[in-house]
Design a protein. Structure first.
Length: 166
């Protein structure tokens, strides 16, 4: 079924502007999310948590399966440490949220951060556990903001920039 409806040229002319503005807006939201996540989660956790060393007492596995473009299945296994540490005179155990391949070995010592008021609330004290989410949000935010800014700059819609003609 063919439609003979013609959109006005003004709609076509504004499409790049809308795309640039959308990319810029999404990028700014992601950057703001990274900053807010860091301020609320990381800074607060850093202030109220205590540091200790834990020992890997068990390893759990996590399996994911993806399909390649040719239809072949690819199975990936990651290893999640179960860590035991001592706080307030008692032994506490938790399974880390950060799973890796290769994983740590049983008996390996790992840095742990925990809430002294609730020692069961613990996590590995590693770069991945603390900064990965902020880095991903910030990186995608910078990329989207950059693309949006370049599109708007090319159209001459940013202050101090004239349209670039190709």
């Amino acid at each position: 079924m063919r439609s003979d409806v013609q959109l006005p040229r003004a709609v076509y002319a504004k499409t790049p502007l809308l795309i640039g503005a959308l990319f810029l807006a999404v990028g700014m939201v992601l950057l703001a999310s990274a900053v807010i996540t860091n301020m609320l989660r990381a800074d607060d956790w850093e202030r109220r948590s205590a540091h200790t060393t834990g020992i890997v007492v068990d390893i759990t596995t996590s399996h994911t399966e993806t399909r390649k473009s040719d239809g072949a299945a690819r199975r990936k296994t990651t290893y999640c440490p179960v860590v035991e540490f001592r706080a307030d005179g008692r032994t506490h155990t938790f399974e880390a949220d950060t799973c890796t391949d290769p994983g740590p070995r049983i008996g390996e010592r790992l840095d742990v951060r925990y809430d002294p008021a609730k020692p069961a609330d613990a996590m590995l004290d590693s770069w991945t556990a603390r900064w990965l989410l902020v880095t991903i949000l910030g990186g995608i935010g910078v990329l989207f903001s950059g693309i949006g800014g370049l599109v708007l700059m090319r159209l001459g819609k940013l202050p101090g920039h004239k349209p670039v003609r190709a």
